[in-house]
Design a protein around this ligand. Sequence first.
Ligand code: HEM
Length: 188
Amino acid sequence: MVAFLTSLPTWELIRFLGLLAYLLLFAGVSLGMLYSMPVWKGKGKAALYKCHSTVTVAGTFCGILHAMILVIDTYMPFSWLEILIPFRAAYKPLWNGIGTLAAYGTLILILTTDLRNRMPHKLWRMIHIGSYPVFLAALIHGLGVGSDTKHPAVYLMYVLSFGIMVLLLIVRLFFGRKRDRAYLAHRG
Ligand code: HEM
């Protein structure tokens, strides 16, 4: 079994899963920002929420699998401690440590969303705002550690996804302010 696992092209799989996790997290955070804009109603809103949570969970799963396969990789093997404890890796400790923090961050976001109804809404929101630094951590980790970063298409993917995220954030801040003003006017 171990011989079979180590005979798999694990290094390629690790890189593929890292890129897939990043893209899914990008899509998940973008869908969450779209969902928070007050233009959706009824079934469309429910479908958007379902997409947001499914894509984010899939991204977290791929990110964790991506890190776990490093244990059986023969090209660049990692120990469990190097994966689980941030900045302990012998290879590029800073960039890999940021990857570990991103993985913990995605897990916390998913678990707290599952427990959302059992905690104060303000606390949940504060934690959920953490999805921005978590996404940024995944981006910095991918850019810093990835051997595919030097590929123009992959580099362009990072630049475009970051640009789209900044644009969505600007629109989100605009809608947020409008919503706050409407709320204050309503309260008098
Ligand atoms: C949510 C969590 C994570 C995400 C989204 C993520 C994402 C990525 C991305 C996008 C790449 C670049 C792939 C490439 O250029 O081919 C990558 C590479 C890599 N990541 Fe992660 N990662 C995560 C967690 C981790 C963790 C916890 C570790 C281990 C400490 C780790 C170790 C690595 C390594 C060793 C590489 C390959 C570097 C290379 O190609 O030379 N990642 N990751």
